[in-house]
Write a protein that binds this ligand. Structure first.
Ligand code: NDP
Length: 335
């Protein structure tokens, strides 16, 4: 069983030398345990925060242990009546090829149906990132048909799901993404009404001008994934009594936090800005997953994936994700 451990914590930007590849035997199964062969590992931006030894909503990733993270795979051996070999499952197996899971622990593993939804999508659109988009949209932005919503990192795992969910509610949806290819995908394949390539806009004035064109009636709800210049420009285009769902600020994850230039707009426009952590709202997951599964199954949401091959490729693929080199949900394929 090849495993990737967190070997040491980043000093400044994360590097491949923070990780260490080791090989070990999988332990024999005890009663109530199953052996899962991982097909895909999920790489997610939040993992960068957990590499630091800082106080946060989640405990830091312990040194010398397998990098934690979401996985999908197949049960190959079972000592529980609840699971049979061949069951496709989503779990939290970490950066390794196999995991032994105690299925008596609630929520440790979930069986999934791959008839209409490919297994890998349970780590993306029909998994944690999709539910993240659903929570921020439905519970924080509370959209009404006809309103204008915007989202940054629009081509990514969370952003793409956000677009489909917002279109299903009759909103005008404007994406913000890095590069012409990502923007073309956002409008042509994901069905957004417009997409702005922020890399074409080097300052707040230029970016806010582009937003004005794409959102002539202003912005009623903004789903923030990035922070920095993009957030600053959006703040200048938000309507009175508008809302911001603060989901992520990836521009500041791999170094210094990025400051916010116009907090006073919150007051001027009587806005509501709310941060959230999707894993603290387990009660909405079944409803969200149902809707996301239907959107993917019916072809209304066509999520894109960036797939790295083999466990050895995980560190570089992860560092690429932090630089925006992924296009869609970043995965590592193991078999
Ligand atoms: P994505 O698939 O969207 O990948 C990250 C993307 O961020 C990159 O592709 C890149 O797209 C974009 N990006 C923008 N600015 C930068 C920058 N300065 N440096 C690097 N990348 C940048 O990832 P996810 O969909 O998994 O996550 C999106 C956001 O949602 C993240 O901020 C994440 O932390 C957050 N999140 C929050 C959760 C919560 O519970 N609050 C749960 C899950 C995710 P581009 O090229 O278009 O710029």
């Amino acid at each position: 069983n090849k495993q990737l451990l967190l070997d040491n914590r980043p000093q400044g930007e994360a590097t491949a030398s923070n990780f260490k590849l080791v090989t070990s035997e999988t332990p024999a199964l005890q009663d109530g345990q199953v052996l899962v062969r991982h097909h895909y590992l999920s790489l997610d931006p939040y993992m960068r925060g957990r590499m630091n030894d800082a106080k946060s909503y989640a405990a830091p990733q312990p040194l010398g242990q397998v990098m934690q993270g979401g996985t999908v795979g197949e049960v190959v051996e079972s000592r529980s009546a609840k699971y049979q070999p061949g069951d496709k499952v989503v779990g939290f197996g970490g950066w390794q090829e196999w995991s032994v899971v105690n299925v008596e622990q609630p929520g440790a593993l979930r069986k999934v149906d791959t008839t209409h939804v490919p297994l890998s999508h349970y780590l993306g659109a029909v998994g944690m990132p999709g539910v993240t988009a659903w929570y921020g949209l439905v519970k924080i932005l509370e959209p009404k048909a006809g309103q204008t919503l915007a989202v940054s990192a629009a081509s990514g795992a969370v952003g793409s799901a956000f677009g489909a969910l917002a279109k299903a509610r009759g909103c005008r949806v404007v994406g913000i993404a890095g590069g012409a290819d990502k923007c073309k995908y956002v409008t042509d394949e994901l069905g957004f009404d417009a997409c702005i390539d922020y890399k074409q806009h080097g300052d707040i004035k230029s970016m806010s001008g582009a937003l004005k064109q794409a959102c002539p009636d202003g912005i009623d709800g903004y789903f923030e994934n990035v922070g920095g210049l993009v957030l600053d420009a959006v703040m200048l285009r938000m309507n009175a009594f508008s809302r911001i769902a603060l989901c992520g600020m990836i521009a500041g994850y791999d170094g210094q936090p990025v400051p916010m230039s116009y907090p006073q707009m919150l007051l001027t426009n009587r806005m509501r800005l709310q941060g959230f952590i999707v894993s603290e709202h387990m009660e909405i997951w079944p409803e969200a997953l149902k809707e996301l599964g239907q959107l993917v199954g019916s072809g209304k949401l066509r999520p894109r994936e960036s797939i790295a091959q083999g466990i050895e490729s995980a560190p570089d693929a992860f560092l690429g994700l932090l630089k925006g080199r992924n296009f869609g949900k970043q995965l590592v394929k193991l078999i």
